[in-house]
Design a binder for this molecule. Structure first.
Ligand code: NDP
Length: 295
């Protein structure tokens, strides 16, 4: 299949590598040098504009920060819509928002373009391994069309419901990750300050009922090790939490814990900046408590 991939960021790049291995790929990136380097390394075509990427493609995949960024690529003489033909399939792997996505879908349907949201979970490691979870929103027919493409990088590809349902699922997943991040950071800071070894506390937690992905994987690999890699920007997690809070509001669910978590993420983003990693709020907790979670 001829596939166009737009957005070679931290997660888009390893996803596109899997696509390149199985399909005829064209890449486009806002900063063109990244696309040129990618195309040289993975023997694929590079497009100068979104229109050029989409022209002749059976499938267009986007992986950008927000749904607003995706909408921003549609129009104009160099936009995606100038290149996409009737019958095309457009898969948005951005962790986007359901409302903007439904608006995009309403524009694309009369043009005969199948549009589905397909955000991913599993981090850059999961993208490199091709083991992402993909949460799809769209019709049954769109899902059936999308599944084999998404299986290039996804191990579990699930149809969540109509357009926007994938984004809703992803936003709730990520705000739950954020709840755990703050909660584990706070609990461990208190234990470490009381004199308990942070390593032992994490080991015991992971053999007990308070464990989570944060305590089992993220804290040992990134915090106790003091490695603090930057793989997923805090700004993007903050964006996800805002989407989740808006989704709760839209459903009439009060959600005090999730709204507080979203507010805390906003504060952490303001304090740490746009390039900080999503684990950096634990550094803030450490600083405020006057302890380091080493081990
Ligand atoms: P990055 O910030 O690493 O990369 C963003 C990409 O989008 C870059 O290619 C950037 O281009 C491009 N871009 C940014 N703004 C625009 C714009 N206005 N128009 C066109 N292109 C633009 O993000 P990630 O790759 O980490 O994340 C992408 C999406 O995937 C986000 O929605 C994120 O929430 C989600 N995600 C990320 C995960 C991760 O572990 N990183 C995990 C799961 C989901 P340029 O190179 O020019 O800056």
């Amino acid at each position: 299949m001829r596939i166009a991939f737009l957005g070679l960021g931290a997660i888009g790049t390893p996803m596109a590598v899997h696509v390149a291995r199985q399909h005829e790929l064209t890449v486009w990136n806002r900063t063109g040098a990244k696309a040129t380097a990618f195309a040289a390394a993975h023997s694929c075509r590079v497009a100068a504009t979104p229109r050029e990427a989409a022209a002749g493609a059976d499938v267009v995949i986007t992986c950008l920060p927000t749904s607003g960024d995706v909408a921003g690529l549609l129009d104009g003489p160099d936009g995606l819509l100038a290149g996409m033909g009737r019958g095309g399939l457009f898969l948005d792997c951005t962790s986007g928002d359901p409302e903007t996505t439904r608006k995009i879908g309403a524009r694309l349907a009369p043009l005969g373009i199948d549009f589905a949201d397909a955000p991913v979970s599993g981090g850059t490691n999961g993208a490199e391994a091709g083991t992402l979870t993909v949460m799809v929103g769209g019709t049954d027919a769109q899902f059936q069309r999308a599944r084999p493409v998404l299986e290039c990088f996804g191990r579990r590809v699930e149809h969540m419901g109509p357009l926007g349902a994938g984004h809703a699922m992803k936003a709730v997943n990520n705000i739950l990750l954020a709840v755990n991040l703050f909660a584990v950071g706070e609990g461990l800071a208190a234990l470490a300050k009381s004199g308990i070894s942070a390593r032992k506390a994490v080991e015991v937690l992971n053999a007990s009922s308070g464990r989570s992905f944060v305590s089992e994987t993220l804290v040992p690999e990134r915090v106790l090790s003091r490695l603090w890699p930057v793989t997923f920007r805090l700004a993007l997690l903050d964006k996800d939490a805002r989407i989740a809070a808006g989704f709760l509001d839209a459903q009439g669910v009060a959600g005090p814990v999730l709204h507080l978590t979203s507010a805390l993420l906003g504060q952490a983003r303001a304090a740490l900046g746009e390039d900080a990693d999503y684990l950096a709020p634990i550094q803030l907790i450490e600083r405020e408590a006057g302890v380091e979670l080493r081990g």
